[in-house]
Design a protein around this ligand. Structure first.
Ligand SMILES: C[S@@+](CC[C@H](N)C(=O)[O-])C[C@H]1O[C@@H](n2cnc3c(N)ncnc32)[C@H](O)[C@@H]1O
Length: 331
């Protein structure tokens, strides 16, 4: 395995020179200069739901559906019992941890931005219908820089699941961050990474523009580098996951080519579940570590006699029509 320094050099080679730590800490301050307090609060407190705007209704619907889908898929994958301990890494305004508490989990959230953490605490305090322990909102939502600091003593080794919802690409030193995060796992615990694009080639221009404007990192990982950094962080057991999002029509291309669609979904994004040992991943993904089973041929549907006669007549009629229509007729 390469050294951590060699890996980081490759991961960060295309990045502009910025103070990323300060950029992350001041992220909300950047928006306070552009928007009113009310607009920012609405944005943070309604998340994961986004207001549908007249200018871009589809954008808001797509983003909202993405968050809801990630949440639903995460809880379904993790299968945690009531009271299980969950950490929401880089929680922003804390919606994920808040909703986990609404389900009955002992969920915590941490973020580098004290502005976000203040709002997360406010969000939790305003809701009486959440899982409660003796912990205060101050200890449930805490300011933490995952890159520079280990988790506090009381949280190390305590989490059944740790979720990174769209945040790994923000870390300049993701190896240090993941090492600190992995220390939070209880025995048998897992880390669920929800990351977008599995990058092929250079960082896209649109990401570069956001980075230059806001000084926050937007660096999607090529999967091979993501695997390497997880291994450095003590998480060598990784299973990548695909997602089927939303309804699909019987008549649509995707329904006829579901295998291609699924393969594309798994290859295109970097959603993965990882653990220190194989058993923790196998508990959630029983096929982990096994060679993929080739798809069995789909059995022909069983038909009764009258259905078979009707089908045979329809087929003969079609053949006759084609003969009468002559060459070049549609099949
Ligand atoms: C795209 S936001 C995602 C927030 C949250 N998961 C959500 O869905 O609202 C990324 C978050 O990463 C946080 N962040 C960036 N660098 C960090 C670091 N070194 N330690 C902790 N949090 C960090 C930012 O403050 C921001 O809240």
């Amino acid at each position: 395995m390469r050294t951590k320094a060699e890996l980081l050099a490759e991961l960060n080679q295309d990045l502009p020179d910025r103070d990323w730590r300060r950029g992350a800490q001041d992220y909300l301050k950047f928006f306070f200069e552009k928007y009113s307090q009310g607009q920012i609060e609405e944005f943070v407190f309604t998340r994961p739901l986004g207001q549908i705007t007249p200018e871009d209704p589809v954008g808001a619907i797509t983003e909202t559906a993405g968050y809801l889908h990630n949440f639903a898929s995460s809880i379904q994958l993790l299968q945690l019992k009531r009271g299980a301990r969950v950490l929401d890494v880089a929680c922003g305004g804390g919606w994920f941890a808040h909703w986990m508490r609404k389900l009955g989990y002992d969920a915590y959230g941490m973020d580098i931005s004290s502005d976000f953490i203040a709002m997360a605490r406010q969000r939790l305090q305003a809701d009486p219908y959440v899982f409660r322990t003796t912990e205060s909102p101050e200890s449930i939502f805490r300011v933490q820089d995952f890159e520079t600091d280990r988790l506090p003593d009381d949280l190390r080794g305590s989490f059944d699941a740790i979720v990174l919802e769209s945040c790994l690409h923000h870390f300049f030193d993701p190896v240090a961050a993941m090492t600190h995060i992995a220390e939070g796992l209880a025995p048998g615990g897992v880390v669920l990474v929800l990351e977008g694009e599995n990058r092929q080639g250079p960082i896209r221009d649109e990401y570069m523009q956001v980075m230059l404007e806001t000084a926050t990192l937007e660096r999607p990982y090529p999967r091979i580098l993501l695997r390497e950094l997880l291994e450095h962080a003590g998480l060598p057991h990784v299973e990548f996951l695909g997602a089927l999002k939303g309804y699909f029509a019987e008549s649509a291309w995707v329904s006829q080519h579901m295998t291609l669609h699924l393969a594309d979904s798994i290859a295109g994004s970097n959603i993965c579940v990882c653990g220190r040992d194989a058993a923790s991943v196998q508990r959630l993904v029983p096929s982990y570590g096994l060679a993929p089973v080739p798809a069995a041929p789909v059995p022909a549907p069983r038909r009764n006699l009258s259905q078979r006669v009707a089908l045979s007549l329809a087929w003969r009629l079609r053949t006759l029509c084609l003969k009468l229509a002559g060459p070049g007729a549609p099949l």
